[in-house]
Design a protein around this ligand. Structure first.
Ligand SMILES: [Zn+2]
Length: 350
């Protein structure tokens, strides 16, 4: 008999140029009193559109326990009934974590499309030392994700490229989980739709990614760019949360052990993980194809490009140990993964 399968979604997802202009209306739809946590980079730009918020507060820089507690206290003191997170990945994750602590709904407005964080029911919490402390799994995803594509087009194209890197992993990882029967973040195998979304994510970025990069560099919102933004933010999230994760993100977590890569974006490290995963399995033709794709997009394909100029045996061993530790997601692959395999694949990308 077949077991249970499952899929999860953000509550609502709305995307288009000028979406920000309707933020107040959508927020009021959810509840009357909002704390808006805003990325300092865009705070001056969005003041007018946030005039409805009960409180507007600049984000402190990292998604740490201290920052979550500070903002949760502010929201509580002001009697807020909704948390808005407006900014990049760390702002978005902090907003979700604050809302979780207070059991409130979240409205997320991503200002870049650099990862699938805006839609997920997951927050990455950092320690005061700047290293990842833990993944915080949340009871529910955002109530609404509002994506203003003009805002994303105006942001540097490097962010879009990183989002394509994150989205690139989605299908490979979901497909590994489908083959191995590994479970998703609900503790279930994905429904058919989960894997279809993951595949569509891959097809969309493959077909439209290169042109979308040009459109983004020209600050031009085209249907091509719209497609890729949807793939980076929505499809990639559904694909990973409900299809499952595996080696590409495990290698990402391993790379994060090294201080040298801290300036590289999440998706830039994940793309290296995808390439290493293909090398590990000796999938030569696909490796060449993905390498060429990354070059066109402007994604980094060598360890030196993400800050590891001269990888020592010790460095690669630390990455491999973290990627392959017991219970780690790399073991969601349909074949055994060893530290040696990870080390050898990364050496080939030096
Ligand atoms: Zn990711």
């Amino acid at each position: 008999m077949a077991g249970l399968t499952g899929i999860r979604f953000p509550g609502r997802y709305i995307q288009g140029p000028g979406a920000m202009d309707q933020l107040g209306r959508f927020s009021q739809d959810i509840s009357p009193s909002a704390l808006a946590i805003v990325d300092p980079f865009v705070d001056d730009l969005v003041q007018d559109q946030l005039d409805f918020a009960t409180l507007r507060e600049r984000h402190g820089g990292d998604c740490t326990d201290a920052e979550i507690a500070r903002l949760a206290k502010l929201a509580q003191q002001a009697g807020c009934t909704q948390i808005i997170g407006l900014g990049g990945g760390k702002v978005v994750d902090t907003a979700k974590a604050v809302a979780e602590q207070l059991d409130l709904p979240t409205l997320i407005v991503p200002t870049i499309a650099a990862s699938d964080a805006p839609c997920s029911a997951l927050a990455v919490v950092y320690g005061e030392d700047g290293k990842v402390d833990r993944d915080l799994f949340l009871k529910r995803g955002p109530e609404l994700v509002l994506v203003d594509t003009q805002m994303i087009a105006n942001a540097p194209a490097r962010f879009l490229a990183a989002g394509i890197g994150d989205a690139l992993a989605t299908w490979f990882e979901a497909e590994s989980c489908r083959q191995s029967g590994a479970v998703n973040c609900l503790g279930l195998t994905g429904t058919g739709l989960a894997y279809m979304v993951a595949r569509n994510c891959f097809d969309t970025i493959s077909q439209h990614g290169p042109q979308a990069m040009l459109d983004c560099a020209a600050d031009s919102v085209t249907s091509t760019l719209e497609n890729v933004i949807e793939a980076n933010i929505l499809m990639s999230c559904i694909g990973f949360e409900s299809g499952g994760v595996a080696t590409a993100h495990a290698i990402h977590h391993g790379l994060c052990e090294l201080d040298e890569v801290h300036h590289a974006l999440h998706g830039e490290k994940v793309a290296i993980g995808v390439l290493a995963g293909l090398l590990m399995q000796d999938r030569k033709a696909e490796f060449k194809q993905i390498l060429a794709f990354c070059d066109v997009i402007g994604l980094r394909t060598k360890l030196a490009h993400i800050g590891i100029d001269a990888p020592t045996d010790d460095m690669l061993s630390r990455v491999a140990r973290r990627a392959c530790r017991p219970g780690e997601i790399t073991h969601n692959e349909p074949f055994p993964v060893t530290e040696t395999m990870v080390r050898d694949a990364l050496s080939a990308l030096a």
